[in-house]
Design a protein around this ligand. Structure first.
Ligand code: PLP
Length: 477
């Protein structure tokens, strides 16, 4: 019998699970391969007990400096006290979550605040729950704006827009190269190459000569490779969209809310999209809320009539506690000058990483990034000894062209965690950079601690780092 009440865990019981128990349950009812994948790293064998600010505390008593920034979610750090307080207060007052029959005061207030913070007529917002959902909502709005009179949507060859069927089809990344079905008529152009955009746009025409493209979707800074569009590229792209009547969607799911120097990356370049998507730190690290904001005429034309008013919605659209969390998150970003913090972090990180590149030119190929989102590309050459050593690994890993890059970057991540108690991760697209993406509350001392740890790690050398990473993978088995 599977469902005896006695056999059900309470959430409090789960907090007592050790890593063996968690892995056993994952193998049994979540994913065996996730255990194998994450278990390759030291952090895959630790249990996170709680987290505050820049730190995660593990069951074996370690205090880990979190330099992942929650992969975009934690601009405010873990469990920001104002965000916790707002949610507790909201719950204590037994506020209502579901607003299908009532207009929501919280959707109203949150949309108003976003309108105040965004330029020109980026005034109308819609809230959902994930980044992919925001991107698909934006693309759908663009299609409806053209009233199904245009067929094509363009995206960049280097991009990540999410893993739902539509968003994955719009993503240009080897990570998602499985041929799932997706929305029809997707074409791509080369990232940050205006000639490539012009080339594609000039070819996709309706019989009357008008463009057949309803939208272009683009990350102004691609978060998985840290490649950033130039101001010149974005201005020309804006010009093309204006003259061809194409809806320009900038995906700022990762880069939004001060991550890359300004409130939104597009604000650095003075190029305003027709729709901007956001998620991640919009929820202050606590709420899974995402959304898009669009220019008024685009929304009016697409949906603003009685027949189409609910043509796009979702059950969890603008839940109360999610909205008030986002409001608090935004107010903190403004009141505590997260844009200023992001610029300060940029200066310290980019000069520190450039210095390290000078010190280890044979190890660091390139350092790039913006605000609190940086990456270093590690040189993927390995000597014949390492080549012969890894040839003993299962043949399937070599099907992954990026395996050696993953191995090298993974070895650095592993050393940073095991020896220095610092958590990092890598980006996965056509390149595999070590991503350095701290929360915006990081202090100068913490930035220096990270740079010092990376210095000590690189000083060990590629061969030794890889050997100890592989040894650790073998020993854990
Ligand atoms: C730029 C960008 N767009 C979309 C997404 C998809 O967001 P989600 O994973 O919440 O669906 C991500 C996720 O990392 C992202 O970085």
């Amino acid at each position: 019998m599977k469902t005896l009440i006695d056999n059900l865990y309470s959430w409090q019981e789960c907090t007592e699970f050790d890593i063996e128990k968690i892995q056993e349950l994952y193998r049994e009812c979540v994913s065996k391969s996730q255990v194998d994948l994450i278990g390759s790293f030291g952090f895959g064998r630790a249990v996170a007990v709680n987290a505050e600010g820049m730190y995660i505390y593990t069951s074996d008593g370690r205090q880990i400096l979190d330099f992942t920034g929650g992969i975009g979610v934690l601009n405010h750090g873990h469990n920001h006290p104002r965000i916790l307080a707002a949610r507790i207060e909201y719950q204590k007052q037994k506020k209502m979550e579901v607003h299908k029959n009532f207009l929501s005061q919280y959707i109203a207030g949150l949309s108003h605040n976003i309108k105040k913070l965004l330029p020109e007529d980026l005034d109308i917002s819609y809230f959902c729950n994930s980044g992919a959902e925001a991107v698909e909502g934006a693309v759908k709005l663009a299609y409806k704006y053209h009233d199904a009179n245009r067929k094509y949507v363009l995206h960049a060859d280097i991009s990540f827009h999410g893993k739902l069927l539509g968003a994955a089809g719009l993503t240009g990344s080897p990570e998602l190269d499985y041929k799932f079905p997706t929305i029809p008529n997707i074409e791509s152009f080369e990232y940050n190459n205006i000639e490539s955009v012009k080339d594609v746009v000039s070819k996709i025409r309706q019989p009357n000569g008008e463009s057949d493209i309803y939208a272009i979707v683009l990350e102004p800074l691609n978060a998985s490779t840290l490649r950033e569009c130039s101001e010149e590229f974005l201005k020309e792209l804006r010009g093309i969209c204006d003259s061809e009547g194409i809806v320009l969607i900038l995906d700022e799911v990762y880069t939004g809310w001060a991550k890359t120097g300004e409130l939104f990356n597009f604000m650095k370049k003075g190029v305003i999209p027709d729709i901007v998507t956001f998620a991640k730190s919009f929820g202050g690290g606590k709420a899974s809320i995402s959304g898009y904001t669009t220019r008024t005429p685009f929304y009016r034309q697409a949906y603003d009539n009685l027949n189409d008013a609910t043509l796009h919605s979702t059950t969890f659209n603008g839940f109360g506690e999610e909205c008030i969390t986002a409001m608090e998150a935004i107010n903190i970003i403004v009141e505590d000058d997260y844009v200023g913090k992001s610029k300060r972090i940029h200066q310290r990180l980019s000069s520190g990483l450039t210095n390290l590149q000078g010190e280890y030119p044979e190890f660091i190929e390139e350092a790039r990034g913006s605000g609190a989102l940086h990456g270093v590309l590690l040189n993927r050459d390995i000597n014949p000894f390492l080549k012969s050593l890894i040839s003993f690994l299962p043949a399937k890993v070599f099907k992954d062209e990026l395996f050696v890059s993953k191995l090298i970057t993974g070895s650095v991540i592993s050393e940073l965690f095991n020896t220095h108690n610092i958590l990092t991760f890598y980006g996965s697209n056509r390149e595999i950079p070590l991503i350095i993406s701290p929360s915006l509350i990081v202090t100068d001392e913490e930035l220096d601690r990270f740079l010092d740890a990376l210095d000590k790690t690189l000083a060990i050398g590629k061969r030794k780092l890889i050997m100890s990473f592989l040894k650790q993978k073998v020993l854990k088995k």
